[in-house]
Each structure stands twice: as C-alpha cells, then as structure tokens.
Write a protein of this length. Structure first.
Length: 412
C-alpha cells in the first residue's frame, strides 16, 4: 500500500513547480500604433447629457429602417440557402453590377468585375496595405489625414510622410518633390468632404495630382465615403476618372454614410492585377463579405430609391451644418477661423495661437460638450490649436445649445 505524506497537497505540488516563462512579446507594430483618440473620447463622453460633436457617426434616426428591414426579409424568405451560404471573395454579382452601374452613371466607366466588395472601406484600406506595402515602405498622406488610415499604414510598418498643402488639399509641387526624394508607394487622399477638415479638392488640383502620379510613378488611393452627401455646389469628378490616373488609382466607396454603417459594406475599384492581389489578401482575412448583407443591399438598390434617400439625409445635414456655422462666432475665442464645407459631416476649426485643444478638452467635457482635438490627425508636426466638429448627429437646437456650452467652457 502506498502511503501519501499528510502534509502533501495539489497546492503544495504546484508551489514547487518550475516557474512559467513569460509568453512571447506582441508584434512591434501593435505597440508602435496607438488606439483611436476619437473612440477614446466617445467612451468618456457616453453620458446622455453630453452634446457630442466628437463622433463621426451618421444620424441613426435618418436610417431607412423599414427599407433595409424589408430587403433583409425578402432575401431570407426568397433565397435563404444562397443568403446564408458562403460567397465568392470578389463579392456577389447581384451587388457588384448595380454598384458598377452607379459609378458609370457618375462618369467613371466601370464593370462588375472591376470591383471587390469589402467589409466597409476600412477593410479596403487594410487589403491595399497588405497588397502594396512592405515594412519600411513610404506612404504619402494629406495633412491632416483620416486617423484610421494612419493606423492602417502604421500597422503595415510603413513610413508615413505628410504632403504640405493648403485649403485646396495637397500641393502638387510639394508632392512631386516628395515623390522624387522619398520614392513612396502611394498617396492616400479623401478629396471630397475630407475627414477631418471637410474640404474638397478642386478639379484642377485633382488633375495636377494625377499628372504627378503619372509622371513619377505612384499609386493614388482615393477614398470617397462622403462624396454623395453634397449640400451645395457642383459635383467634382473623381481622380480615378482623370486620364492620367486611370491605371494607377484605387477608388474606395462605402454604404456606411448613405445607407447604414452596421451593414459593413464597402468596395474598391482597382486595376486588375492590384484587385487580384487584394482578393488574395481578403481570402486570408475573412474569405468574403457576409452574403446576406450583400444580397440585402442589392435588393435595396433594386426596389428603393437610394438617391432620393441620400437627398433627404443631405437636406437634414445641411440644416445642421448651417446651425453650427451660425453658432460658431459666439462659441470660439476671437481670432478663431473655420471652414464652410459644401457637404459631408465635419467642420475644421483653429483657435488662436497659444490654445491647446487637447489640454482644454477635460474642462470642456465638464460642461457636457465635446469635440476632437486636431493634433492626432497630423502625420507630421501637429497643430495643437485645431479641432474637428461633427455636426450631423444633433438637431439644430442641440447644436445651438452645445455651442453655447462650448463657449462658456472656453471662456472659463
């Protein structure tokens, strides 16, 4: 018979075991790239009493809930086997065909096979980074730049260099100098109602950027999530439609701002070889974009009038933009400047020298209002006096009250 000593227990055995070695370290790129300051601010300002100009969300009360619900109901009742099954990586033809028709009608001849459907245009950026960038490659960006694009390029290990510019966007001569000196892989731009500034590149500036790309050898990634939300002025053709850029421009689109972001539906239009490389990257990422969402969106396009819906949304957003423009003179310190966007969701402001909008934010939030400091949007030297305001998620009355609170906070 085996005798077990009275003072031995499983806990004692564990205490005498060899100490566990630490787990391997995270990839260096995950430590080098921080989280999103915008999402951090949204978490802090989630209290319902806060009037939040910090978000970048479309107004949920304007979603066509009935139309989207009807589209899902139809595909689940009529084609459940197809809607709930795996799909092709490139995307459902039923969706790519009307998307291509919409792009062709807007001046860019496009076929269904020119498109790759993605999980939002954010995934399209990630796929392009996987297909084009090796660690250490140089990427040129606008300054300031869409924050999540900076994160994508940072995670890819790219060296991100800002292109000097003005109110009309990146300066073509500065771009040409940087391309000659830095030999970058691509230029990333949101030319229409940019996030964060709300600015739009004029047609002649777009043509000049396309000419630089053709002359020096450069990919252009043209991100257009806001282009349909125009309130005034004439539509400016895509860079991708310019003859100099047709073989070197990737155009990204999305339903997030015009239908619903929860669908997670975007797309990229790219030359064939690059599109195939992005499809390989997507196979490794998620195989394909959810079939049921694609078919529901295709059904919606077939039976609903998306253009009429977008026009209604844009009309409401214009009223909210106007309310913000009317209230800013009394809210911001004397000497502040801001722009007047012709569409989109954002307005960019700069306080007088000596102000630091990040340092001011905690006091502003104590007055139950919030904005996003502008510094994180800069790939180069940040401008601490800048801030971004989103005007689409509050009513005109709420905007007026929010700006009144902001004025009291900054005055204090």
């Amino acid at each position: 018979m085996t005798v077990v000593p009275a003072d031995t227990s499983p806990a004692d055995e564990a205490s005498t075991a060899v100490p566990a070695a630490p787990v391997p370290a995270f990839a260096a790129r995950t430590l080098a790239v921080g989280g999103s300051p915008v999402r951090d601010i949204l978490a802090v300002t989630a209290r319902p009493e806060v009037i939040n100009f910090a978000g970048g969300l479309p107004a949920p009360e304007l979603f066509d809930r009935q139309g989207v619900a009807d589209a899902f109901r139809h595909v689940l009742e009529e084609t459940p086997g197809r809607a709930l099954q795996y799909s092709t990586t490139e995307g459902e033809p039923a969706l790519r065909e009307p998307l291509a028709a919409r792009m062709s009608a807007r001046g860019l001849p496009t076929g269904a096979d020119d498109l790759l459907v993605t999980a939002g245009s954010q995934q399209a950026l990630s796929l392009l980074a996987a297909a084009l960038l090796d660690p250490g490659d140089t990427v040129l960006v606008e300054d300031p730049c869409y924050l999540a694009a900076l994160q994508v390029f940072g995670l890819a290990g790219a060296r991100v260099v800002p292109v000097p510019g003005d109110a009309d966007g990146p300066d073509p001569e500065a771009l040409a100098d940087l391309v000659a000196r830095e030999r970058p892989k691509l230029l990333y731009t949101v030319p229409t109602f940019q996030n964060p500034t709300g600015r739009t590149l004029p047609a002649e500036r777009r043509a000049a950027l396309a000419a630089v790309a053709a002359r020096h050898g450069l990919w252009i990634v043209e991100d257009d999530p806001y282009g349909e939300l125009r309130y005034e002025g004439e539509r400016v053709p895509w860079i991708a439609a310019h003859p100099d850029a047709r073989d070197r421009t990737v155009l990204l689109g999305s339903f997030s701002k015009v239908m619903a972001p929860g669908l997670r539906l975007g797309w990229l239009r790219a030359p064939a070889q690059l599109r195939r490389a992005c499809a390989v990257a997507k196979q490794a990422a998620d195989l394909h974009t959810p079939t049921v969402n694609q078919l529901a969106a295709a059904r919606y396009l077939a039976v609903a009038d998306l253009d009429a819906h977008v026009a209604r949304v844009a009309g409401v957003y214009r009223e909210r933009r106007d309310a913000m423009l009317a209230g800013l003179p009394g809210a911001l310190p004397e000497g502040s400047v801001w722009n007047r966007p012709e569409g989109g969701m954002f307005l960019w402001a700069r306080l007088p020298d000596g102000h630091d909008t990040a340092a001011l934010l905690p006091a502003v939030v104590r007055h139950d209002v919030a904005y996003v400091p502008g510094a994180p949007f800069h790939a180069g030297e940040p401008d601490p006096a800048t801030l971004r305001l989103c005007f689409v998620t509050q009513t005109p009355e709420e905007i007026t009250e929010g700006l009144s609170r902001l004025g009291r906070a900054l005055g204090a």
